[in-house]
Structures are given as C-alpha cells and as structure tokens.
Design a protein. Structure first.
Length: 279
C-alpha cells in the first residue's frame, strides 16, 4: 500500500478484510478541544494522548517528551488491545485534515506495519459526501500484530546535536515561524521559546495546505530548498507534526528520521541544550 491514499481509494477499500482505519485525531496543545465522537465508519481510536505515547520516566529509557514513542513491546500490546492483527493494512486519518495522522503512520511504519495516511483526513471524507459513524475503541477482534522495530526511524537529542554540529544531516523544525523564532511563547509549561541553533524552519502546514499534501515534485523542491541533498532529521513541538515533514520526505524519496522528544524535550528549562532566538 502506498504511504498516502485519497478518500476515493478508502471508500472503495473500506470494507476489505484486513484493512484497519485509525482515527488519530488530537487537539492542538493547550486547546482542550474534545475529539470528534464520529468519524469514518469502522474507525478505531488511536489515542496519542494515552496508550500510544510513553509517559513513564521510570522505565529506564530516560526523560520523555510529551508524545514519545512507547517501547516496542508496549506499542505492540497497545496495538493488540485495539485489535490490530498480523498482516493488516492500516490507514490513519485525523479531524484536522493532516495534522496528527502522520505521527500514527510514522509510528506504524517504524514498527514494520503496512500503513498509509488519508490525504485530507476527515474533512475530505465528509466533503466527498461519505457517511460518519461512532469511533470505536477496538476492531472487535483479538489482536496478534507483531512489531518489527526499525531503530533508525526515531532519533534522540544526542543524534540531533551531532547532526547540528557536523552538518551531515539537515535538522528541520516543523513548528510555526513565530514559535521557531521565539516571538511566540511555547504553549507548554517549563519549555523555553526559540529553536535549536543551526536548525532550519519548515512549517508543516506549508507542505499540506488545507490538509492535503502537495504533489511529490513540489515536496521535493521545498525539501531541497530547506535541506539541500542531505539526509533530514525533523523536529516539532512534541514529535507529532514533524511526521508531516517525514511523510513529505518519504513521498519525495528522501532519507528522513524524526527527533522523538522534539522541542518539548530539547527546550525544557533543565535540558542543558542551547536555544537560539530569531528567524
């Protein structure tokens, strides 16, 4: 299955055996907006604020950002709990169009699971006149998926610091220009404003205007302008919208990794990491 599918493809394949649709919607940080109770028929909740992020700093894996990837065994258990089975193909969408669904896709891809993002998300589905139904807690099946972890998909702060120091990879920040520059305070308590010295700004929304990805040739042009031909490491506030750039890079045939802790880890007042202010 390709990495990006449209609503026509999903409508045609929605009832296929082995196709799982995940609602990976989440509210913007600090908004407190409720998630939509209804979504694409048959969709299952992929809770990025709950079971599908790591919250426990006592597990020996070190400090966590806000939406860090769970340990592979925990991710496997969470996927089985919502009924994902070995061999399933997964399509992730979100209520914003293309915001948090790319994070679910990147996590699934890193786990060796055949996954795609729905271009345009739930708005595109409803605009096409398709029906809605309550989002379920599980598929109703006993999950038995096996996670086969790709350790290169996610990198830590030390790897990002090395990339910034050597320039061997381009570090791109998916946050808005005002958050990148430090003109806008970070929405999370205890996190400084600004960006990593040497990082470049590439707002994720410029790659998916209106919640729909640009054509691959335009994505390639924008990535080339931001990163040259170097491998790309992407960051954002908490590792969510960074995956939109990861999706763009994948569609453009570029080598890419996501900084899992992102700015919620790097920018912490007690992180000891340097911060730059300005465009």
């Amino acid at each position: 299955m390709r990495d990006l599918v449209d609503v026509d493809w999903l409508a045609e394949h929605l009832r296929n055996d082995g196709l799982v649709v995940l609602d990976a919607s989440m509210a913007p940080p600090g908004s407190g907006d409720p998630l939509p109770a209804e979504g694409i028929p048959g969709a299952v909740r992929f809770d990025l604020e709950g079971a599908f992020s790591r919250h426990d700093e006592s597990d020996g894996l070190g400090p966590v950002g806000v939406h860090d990837m769970p340990a592979p065994a925990d991710f496997e258990r969470a996927l089985r709990a919502i009924g994902v089975r070995a061999g399933d193909r997964v399509v992730a969408y979100d209520a914003a169009g293309l915001f948090s669904s790319a994070r679910a896709w990147w996590m699934l891809r890193a786990a060796g699971i055949d996954a795609a993002v729905l271009d345009g998300g739930l708005p595109a589905w409803t605009e096409a006149g398709h029906p809605l139904a309550p989002v379920a807690a599980s598929t109703g099946r006993d999950g038995d998926v096996v996670v086969r972890w790709d350790a290169s998909a996610l990198v830590d702060a030390d790897a990002v610091a090395a990339a910034l120091a050597t320039g061997e990879a381009a570090v791109l920040d998916a946050r808005s220009p005002s958050r990148f520059s430090g003109d806008e305070p970070d929405p999370r308590e205890g996190v400084r404003a600004g960006h990593m010295p040497g990082a470049g700004s590439l707002h994720y929304a410029t790659l998916a205007p209106g919640g729909r990805m640009l054509p691959p040739e335009q994505l390639a042009e924008r990535l080339r302008a931001a990163a040259g031909e170097r491998p790309i490491v992407v960051s954002c506030g908490s590792g969510v919208t960074a995956a939109v750039i990861a999706l763009a890079a994948t569609l453009a045939g570029r080598e890419v990794a996501v900084y899992d802790g992102s700015w919620s880890e790097w920018g912490r007042a007690d992180s000891g990491r340097p911060v730059a202010i300005g465009a």
